[in-house]
Design a protein around this ligand. Structure first.
Ligand code: TXA
Ligand code: MG
Length: 356
């Protein structure tokens, strides 16, 4: 399959005639049951018609993803949620008023029109109303309901630019809509509203604190931070190995004055035994690292920058064939919850904690 790439300029809220024609073509592909990757404010999505079981099957095949891992349905108008859920609880309406369009996914009981192929056989459905203008336009043109996982091969970091989508999906899907780099860089917050109390199944840009301001008490699924507590996570995707770079990643936690020399010593030893070494460091101490490849994830003063850079850095280490990677650790508060959730998964929960 030849994968066509079309480019849509990100900041133009008004599309050129050519861009408009491109998006219409993309929508046509989706309506006929084909697959199109597109930008959202979080990461790139791999879209198919959410109400067509055949499209869901194609998505699983293109990603190499187990078909019991359900897909998120993307909508472009709040009202459209009513067709795909059985009931719309007051909490969902409140959360939508506060955070939609935006990086929040809600889990609700599904209606009969949603095929089990899309939900991995579950009776619930994940719904998201993205804020990215290109995503919204494409969803609207294609009939209102696009199922889209992140547009990476299963197990790889989610793509934050069209280049990475191309790396993983060229030849597997019909079109890639290139809308430039994404803004957030980590996938949406997943909020389960099917039980008595709202519960976060995957942390993201919309933090627990932000949700609690609107909904009252919100709990966090233990599977988001702990390696394996014997319980099955409610979001099936959280049980799979994810975001993993090809190299071995270790997180080092502690005071910078201890972390930097520790990482340098480990990198030097690994290098002696033939490894190509890499470091994920923050701007404040970056110059002090000694390794084959040292990457700046951003400043400790700017969590959003750290979130935005994480996945692309993991991919760059793969491109540069780094085999042993050390990363600084981050406080798991606010957006740091999402950052550490992804980083811990990428590291297979290998963490070294240095004493004071
Ligand atoms: O930001 C995002 O959410 C991106 C963009 C493209 O919108 N999408 C995304 O999709 O991250 P995906 O498929 O890579 O991750 C969806 C997660 C998986 O962990 C899946 O198991 C969970 O959502 N999920 C989907 N439907 C669910 C359901 N009914 N109940 C529980 N978890 C569900
Ligand atoms: Mg994903």
């Amino acid at each position: 399959m030849n994968t066509k790439v079309i480019r849509i300029s990100q900041d133009s809220t008004k599309l050129t005639r050519e861009e408009e024609a491109g998006l219409r073509q993309a929508a046509g592909i989706l309506k006929r049951g084909g697959l199109v990757a597109f930008p959202t404010e979080t990461v790139y999505g791999l879209g198919g018609d959410a109400l067509n079981p055949e499209s869901a099957r194609k998505i699983y095949a293109a990603k190499g993803r187990p078909s019991d891992n359900p897909l998120i349905i993307h909508i472009s108008r709040f009202e459209d949620i009513r067709n795909i859920v059985k009931t719309l609880p007051e909490t969902a309406v409140k959360a939508a008023e506060a955070f939609w369009p935006g990086p929040l996914t809600m889990i609700l009981d599904k209606s009969a029109i949603v095929p089990p192929e899309t939900t991995g056989g579950l009776d619930t459905v994940a719904v998201r109303f993205p804020s990215h203008p290109v995503a919204r336009q494409l969803i609207a043109y294609s009939g209102g309901y696009i199922a889209a996982p992140s547009a990476n091969l299963s197990g790889k970091p989610s793509p934050t630019s069209a280049r990475y989508v191309q790396e993983d999906m060229a030849g597997r899907i019909e079109m890639i809509v290139d809308g430039g780099d994404v803004g957030i860089g980590l996938e949406s917050t997943i909020l389960d509203l099917t039980e008595e109390a709202p519960r976060i199944l995957r942390p993201g840009y919309i933090t627990r604190e932000m949700l609690e301001n609107v909904l009252g008490e919100v709990t966090v699924d233990a599977a988001t931070i702990e390696p394996d507590n014997g319980q099955t996570p409610k979001a099936p995707g959280m049980k799979y190995r994810h975001y993993a770079p090809a190299g071995r990643l270790v997180i080092v936690e502690g005071q910078p004055a201890r972390v930097v020399p520790y990482i340098n010593a480990c990198a030097a030893a690994d290098r002696k035994s033939g490894e190509k070494t890499g470091v994920i460091g923050t701007a404040e101490v970056l110059e002090q690292y000694r390794a084959d490849v040292v990457k700046c994830i951003g400043s400790r003063k700017d969590e959003e920058e750290i979130a935005r850079n994480l996945f692309s850095i993991l991919r760059e280490f793969d491109d540069e064939k780094v085999t042993s990677i050390y990363s600084e650790s981050f406080p798991a508060q606010g957006l740091g919850q999402a950052i550490m959730n992804r980083l811990l998964k990428a590291a297979g929960h290998r963490v070294v904690r240095l004493q004071e």
